[in-house]
Design a protein around this ligand. Structure first.
Ligand code: PAF
Length: 302
C-alpha cells in the first residue's frame, strides 16, 4: 500500500516581534510550517492573531534551535545592520536571510557581511498589520508580496524560500530582478510617508487637491534620480501608482506618520535620505525632497 506523502519543511526563524513578523509567523504556523521566533527575551511567547474575522491563540517557543538556516528579518531599515551583526554567529554557513522593510540602502550594507554560501533575499510586502498591544496582531489589510534573490548563494535554496514566503506573506510574485519593484515602492514611500508625517494626516488626505503641487514635484525629482541610478520610470506611471496607493490606503495612517506621532525613530534616512544620497552621487539637486527632509529632521526625536 502506498505510504501517505508528507512534505517536510525546514525550520524558519522570524526575528523580532513587529507586526509583519508576527503576521508571517502566524500564517506559517497556520499552514503547518515549522517556525520559531528570535526575540530579546527567552521563554515561550503567546500571542493573539486576528485575521478575516477569526481569532487564533498562538503559542511558540523562542528560538532555541541554532544554527539558523532560514531567517526572515522584518525589522525597520535602521535596525537591520545591528540585527544581522547579532545574528551572524547564530547563522548556518549556508543560511538564507530574507530582509523585509520600507526604504532602501540596507542590501548594500548586509551583502558584505555574509559568507559566500549565505543567501540574501528581499521581500517587499503590501500586507497591512498592526499591534494594538504587544501580544496581539491584527491583519488589517490583505496585500501581496514581491520576492527576489540578491546573490548567487540565494539561488541554491530558491524553491524552499519561495514556498515558505508564499505561505507567510503570499500571494507572492517572484522576480528575477527585484530592483525595479524596490524603487517603485520607494517612490510611494518617498511621497506618502513624509507628507503624511509632516501634516499628521491619513493617507487619503493627500488626494485633497492642496497637496497636488508637492506630490508632483516629489515625483518629478524621484524620476530624475531613479533614472540616474539606472531605473527608468515615467512620471505618469509613478503618478498613477502613488494615486492608487493613496486610494487603497485612504483610511490608514502611514508608518512614518505613526512614528512621528508616537515620537519614535522613523525610516526617513532610508527613504528620503536614501534618495538624497543617490542624488548627491549623481550631482543632482532634489529641492523638494531636501526641504521635506529638513523639516522632518527638525521634528525627529533626538
Ligand atoms: O509605510 C507605509 O505606511 C506603507 O508602506 C504605505 C504604502 C505608504 C501605506 O501607508
Amino acid at each position: 500500500m502506498a505510504q501517505p506523502h508528507t512534505i517536510t519543511h525546514p525550520l524558519w526563524t522570524v526575528v523580532g516581534e513587529g507586526a509583519i513578523g508576527l503576521l508571517a509567523t502566524a500564517q506559517l504556523h497556520q499552514a503547518g510550517f515549522p517556525v520559531q521566533l528570535h526575540r530579546r527575551t527567552v521563554g515561550p511567547f503567546d500571542f493573539v492573531f486576528q485575521s478575516a474575522g477569526q481569532t487564533q491563540h498562538i503559542s511558540l517557543h523562542i528560538a532555541a534551535k541554532h544554527p539558523y538556516s532560514f531567517i526572515l528579518l522584518p525589522v525597520k531599515a535602521y535596525a537591520v545592520v545591528d540585527a544581522v551583526q547579532q545574528l551572524l554567529p547564530l547563522m548556518a554557513e549556508d543560511a538564507q536571510l530574507v530582509l523585509s522593510h520600507n526604504g532602501m540602502g540596507t542590501i548594500e550594507q548586509v551583502l558584505p557581511l555574509l559568507k559566500p554560501e549565505q543567501g540574501l533575499w528581499f521581500l517587499s510586502t503590501s500586507h497591512g498589520a498592526f499591534k494594538p498591544d504587544h501580544a496581539t496582531v491584527i491583519h488589517s489589510g490583505k496585500g501581496q508580496s514581491v520576492l527576489g534573490a540578491l546573490n548567487q548563494a540565494a539561488l541554491a535554496q530558491q524553491q524552499s524560500v519561495e514556498e515558505t514566503m508564499q505561505a507567510a506573506l503570499g500571494p507572492l510574485v517572484v522576480m528575477a530582478d527585484i530592483w525595479p519593484a524596490l524603487w517603485q515602492k520607494l517612490a510611494v514611500n518617498a511621497v506618502i510617508n513624509p507628507l503624511t508625517a509632516l501634516h499628521q494626516c491619513k493617507n487619503g488626505e493627500l488626494s485633497n487637491g492642496k497637496y497636488n503641487a508637492a506630490i508632483e514635484l516629489l515625483i518629478e525629482e524621484f524620476v530624475l534620480v531613479a533614472k540616474a541610478s539606472g531605473q527608468d520610470f515615467s512620471n505618469d506611471s509613478i503618478q498613477s501608482r502613488v494615486a492608487q496607493v493613496i486610494r487603497q490606503t485612504a483610511d490608514n495612517y502611514s508608518s512614518m506618520q505613526q512614528d512621528f506621532a508616537k515620537g519614535r525613530r522613523s525610516e526617513l534616512e532610508y527613504i528620503t535620505g536614501f534618495l538624497l544620497k543617490q542624488a548627491e552621487q549623481h550631482q543632482l539637486q532634489l529641492p523638494a525632497h531636501q526641504a521635506i527632509y529638513q523639516l522632518l529632521l527638525q521634528k525627529s526625536p533626538r
